[in-house]
Design a binder for this molecule. Structure first.
Ligand code: NAD
Ligand code: UGA
Length: 457
């Protein structure tokens, strides 16, 4: 029986291993993490990660061939394939702070693998985390210095939160980088291909050299983020000229060379990875003596910051340059719909700016807890400037404005004709996701502002 171990039970490790366990009932999968609370949650009815479809599959395979544990060393010791799926955040200290990736978690895994897995067995170590290009070299040096000749593969993950289970079941591609110049390297690549090919057509499995694979992951995220910054830059021009950004997106996206996906203008991209991976790419360009290339990508991050501050300026400007003491209903706090993740959510910067203007914020997010919101904003739950509501309608009661920050489906289905009755007049809606029916809202009496829509009312 093949045994797989995954170090890191986060948003990637948990769902990815759950899918492998489901598709490969004959393989034992152990997911190990040093965070005991997280592991306890994976073993409970309330999983630490909210993903549509995840609960059902975990229930189906947990305890059969999928196991969660804090005993990292035992999980490593007899595994044939070991995935490293730990966090690779932006470094916050020392050399490269604010830009380079903090590889301390990856390095500690590599050392632990070298110590816990004896060298007698053929073992494949898989980089599942997003790594700076040439990280495999670092891992290899740690192994060889400790007498281990394990094979290293790069197998970056492309799932998006909120659609993780669908993405894992039916990915656009699987990317495997390895060293096919030697017999053992080819054997490692074949071993991983044979796992994925149980449910993914062979033509979707791309094999490359290690460095191409590592760099492709950073590049994919940079390209996706760049599209959002590009359309957001145009949204500012739309507001100045009377064009409508959704119409422009439709017109340009119909060109098959451009394509229609990732052209939804918004308050800016969030999530744990786009900014981190862009910063890492920028760091690498500077490091390799390519300041012009670094500057090109820096623009994508700068445009994202500009979009968030522009949105807040619009709120303040529209509400007569004064939001002090006004109640603002905050619809959504997660960085996107269908997730409880708030990492780098644009809502964080936006709410901080609104609080600095002394507004009162009434929050409602279907999946994010008050504790999480307070920790992200650096405030106390008892702070008199904030309130946490059980529904969107409750947060809008007595509010001067509704600020839509996350694209949750339920916000599109509310009865705004009832909501406006409970609000202060004039009643504003700032739709930071362009997800509501603006024409209808104007008919109901709302003053509506979207992104890239000019002054609607
Ligand atoms: P996460 O923070 O949710 O999970 C990482 C886990 O690793 C944590 O639970 C942490 O306790 C654990 N960990 C850290 N060091 C450890 C160690 N030495 N031993 C055991 N466990 C350890 O992170 P994530 O969102 O799952 O991301 C993981 C990687 O995947 C990152 O490199 C990220 O860039 C990449 N990625 C993330 C996504 C996403 O949607 N979140 C998608 C694609 C790729
Ligand atoms: C993104 C990528 O889509 C995944 O392929 C990648 O694996 C992952 O990052 C990662 O490496 O972590 P994710 O951040 O989960 O996935 O979600 P996205 O759907 O990409 O959304 C990112 C942000 O961009 C969200 O804040 C979303 O609201 C915003 N967005 C997305 C827009 O503003 N407009 C769009 O058209 C699309």
């Amino acid at each position: 029986m093949i045994k797989i171990c995954c170090i890191g039970a986060g948003y990637v490790g948990g769902p990815t291993m759950t899918m492998i366990a489901r598709k490969c009932p004959d393989i034992r999968v152990d997911v190990a993490d040093i965070n005991a609370e997280r592991i306890a949650a994976w073993k409970s009815d309330k999983l630490p990660v909210f993903e549509p479809g995840l609960d059902e599959i975990v229930r189906e395979v947990r305890g059969k061939n999928l196991f969660f544990t804090t005993d990292v060393d035992s999980a490593i010791s007899d595994a044939d394939i070991i995935f490293i799926s730990v966090n690779t955040p932006t470094k916050t200290y020392g050399y490269g702070a604010g830009s380079a990736s903090d590889l301390s978690y990856v390095e500690s895994c590599a050392r632990r693998i070298a110590d816990s897995a004896d060298g007698n067995k053929f073992r494949v170590i898989v980089e599942k985390s997003t790594m700076p290009v040439r990280t495999a070299e670092v891992i290899r040096k740690i192994f060889t210095s400790r007498g281990r000749n394990f094979q290293i593969l790069s197998n970056p993950e492309f799932l998006a939160e909120g659609t993780a289970m669908k993405d894992l079941e039916n990915p656009d591609r699987i990317l495997i980088g390895g060293d096919d110049s030697c017999e053992e390297g080819r054997r490692a690549i074949d071993a991983l291909v044979s796992i994925y090919s149980r449910w993914i057509p062979k033509e979707k499995i791309i094999t490359t050299n290690l460095w191409s694979s590592e760099l492709s992951k950073l590049t994919a995220n940079a390209f996706l983020a760049q599209r959002i910054s590009s359309i957001n830059s145009i949204s500012a021009l739309c507001e100045a000229t009377g064009a409508d950004v959704d119409e422009v997106a439709l017109a340009i996206g119909s060109d098959s060379r451009i394509g229609s996906k990732f052209l939804k203008s918004s308050i800016g991209f969030g999530g744990s990875c786009f900014k981190k991976d862009l910063l890492n790419l920028i760091y690498l360009c500077d490091h390799f003596g390519l300041p012009q290339v670094a500057q090109y990508w820096r623009g994508v991050v700068e445009m994202n910051d500009f979009q968030k501050s522009r949105f807040c300026a619009n709120v303040v400007e529209s509400m007569f340059r004064n939001i002090k003491g006004k109640r603002l209903a905050i619809f959504g706090f997660a960085f996107k719909e269908d997730t409880n993740d708030t990492r780098e959510s644009p809502a964080i910067d936006i709410c901080k700016l609104l609080l600095s203007e002394r507004a009162k914020l009434a929050f409602y997010d279907p999946k994010v807890s008050p504790g999480q919101i307070c920790s992200d904003l650096g405030i106390d739950e008892k702070d008199s400037r904030v309130e946490f509501c059980k529904s969107a309608c409750e947060s809008a009661k007595g509010a001067d404005a509704i600020i839509v920050l996350t694209h949750w489906k339920e916000f599109r289905e509310l009865d705004y004709s009832e909501i406006i009755k409970q609000m202060n007049k004039p009643a504003w809606i700032f739709d930071g996701r362009n997800c509501l029916d603006h024409r209808l809202l104007i008919e109901l009496g709302f003053l509506v502002r979207g992104i890239g829509k000019g002054n609607l009312s």
